[in-house]
Design a protein around this ligand. Structure first.
Ligand SMILES: *Cc1c(COP(=O)(O)O)cnc(C)c1O
Length: 226
């Protein structure tokens, strides 16, 4: 398998080009490499290229990788079970998949006092698909307000994984809904700064609609194992 350096360079060029095409300031979109299902050697390679933050979906898998790269920033982006919150609160810098107030309270209570507050995005389920986690768009504000009141959490914004569609206009329609809600919330909670949307197959549509963070796995690292 070839190294990730050429893919990283190509992706950065596509992001820059896309920012320009849609009137976004250069550098306004952050690429979060998603390393779930990838071998630690891939992470080491990414770190040699200057990458310092990674997204992971499974606690156990992530802990092993964190031990090898303790100076990196780790984002938990997977489904959150109540019995996993302690390990997440103790080890991650961000959690992008908060969708229930009970989980938010547990993360708050379990965040160690000697660490800075845990950065949180509320995950929104735009499509109403049962298989996808996230709060309904109509409930996002209430959960955001609740997270914002918890002292050991720092609300950063919204995250979504929309239904997979191929057509760019359909992708943009879903992202536009979340972007509108993000702008509305930001008028009430000006500290929020993160609109995390867009994956390998739809990140250009997400950038067009205002994403500030795109989460790329396969486009950067290649196919995942398992
Ligand atoms: C796996 C995953 C990604 C990356 O998906 P790719 O299609 O490989 O880019 C992004 N976000 C979340 C929440 C994921 O679970």
């Amino acid at each position: 398998m070839t190294g990730i350096a050429p893919r990283l360079e190509q992706l950065r060029a596509r992001i820059r080009e896309c920012e320009g095409r849609h009137g976004r300031p250069p550098g306004s979109v952050r690429l979060l490499p998603v390393s779930k299902g990838q071998k630690p050697a891939r992470i080491a390679e990414a770190r040699r290229l200057g990458i310092t933050g990674f997204g992971e979906s499974y606690l156990r898998e992530a802990l092993d990788k964190m031990n090898r790269a303790p100076d990196c920033q780790w984002h938990f982006i997977g489904p959150l079970q109540s019995n996993k919150t302690r390990g997440i609160a103790e080890n991650f810098h961000w959690v992008q998949s908060v969708a229930r107030s009970k989980v938010a309270r547990r993360l708050n209570d379990q965040r160690p006092a000697d660490l800075p507050p845990l950065n949180v995005c509320v995950q929104v389920n735009l499509s109403g698909e049962e298989s996808k986690s996230g709060v309904a768009l109509a409930d996002a504000e209430m959960l955001c307000r609740e997270v914002n009141r918890l002292p050991r959490l720092r609300l950063r914004g919204l995250m979504t994984i929309p239904a997979r569609v191929a057509e760019e206009n359909a992708q943009r329609l879903a992202f536009r809904k979340l972007a509108a809600e993000f702008q509305r919330l930001r008028r009430m909670i000006p500290e929020i700064d993160t609109l995390s949307m867009g994956m390998s197959h739809d990140f250009e549509a997400a950038i067009a609609e205002g994403a500030t963070m795109i989460r790329l796995g396969t486009a950067l690292f290649g196919a995942r194992k398992g």
